[in-house]
Design a protein around this ligand. Structure first.
Ligand code: GRF
Length: 201
């Protein structure tokens, strides 16, 4: 399976995918990093790993659709089977959602549908919930909506701080995202009536 990862910032999730592939735990080929911030740290991580990078500046375009058309050309040229949004901080339009329906996933640092959008860990912390977590879901054009594939719950303890919680959430993301990519690559995830179903052996 040929994947493209989209990211906007640090790229710790991107790195977790790279590490899983390099360790032989994840049998996919990372063909491309797509990044909307040419200076982002994730770009350096990709270069170090020898992965091709496509960067663009949204402000150079008239619309979201316009830059997504350019991205789509890149994806088609590389025969990408699966798009992984890993900290890509932009909404996706039908230019990409339609051709990649059921072939685009996102990781989000909360138990969706609670706390969509930015600063999800902070939102959960401020709300005082006792359980939060991580979600990997298919992308449907809404903000952090789309059929949920997998979730990992995390208990918030009395001794936690926002920093300790943030660390635990990221650690779980780094486990769950490569795991879900592996399940998709192995053909174990199906979309049935707009629900993601995992077929275990
Ligand atoms: C992650 O928490 C991701 O779920 C969220 O943004 C963060 C990106 O972190 N949407 P990184 O760039 O992967 O380190």
């Amino acid at each position: 399976m040929r994947i493209a990862v989209f990211a906007s910032g640090t790229g710790s999730n991107f790195q977790a995918i790279v590490d899983a592939v390099e360790a032989g735990k994840l049998k996919v080929s990372i063909e491309l990093l797509v990044c909307d911030k040419p200076q982002a740290a994730v770009v350096d991580k990709a270069r170090l790993a020898g992965i091709p990078v496509y960067t663009f500046r949204p402000r150079d375009y008239d619309s979201r659709e316009a830059y997504e058309r350019d991205i789509l050309n890149e994806l088609r040229a590389k025969h990408i089977d699966l798009i992984v949004l890993a900290g890509y901080m932009r909404l996706i339009t039908s230019v990409l959602v339609d051709p990649y329906a059921g072939k685009m996933i996102n990781v989000h640092p909360s138990l969706l549908p609670s706390f969509p959008g930015i600063k999800a860990i902070e939102q959960a912390w401020t709300a005082g919930v006792k359980v939060t977590g991580v979600t990997v879901h298919y992308v449907d054009g809404g903000m952090d909506t789309g059929p949920i594939i997998a979730q990992q719950a995390i208990a918030i303890e009395a001794s936690d701080t926002i920093d300790s919680l943030t660390m635990r959430v990221h650690k779980e993301e780094h486990q769950l995202l490569p795991q879900v990519i592996g399940m998709i690559a192995a053909g174990k995830v199906a979309l049935e009536d707009n629900r993601a179903v995992i077929h275990h052996d």
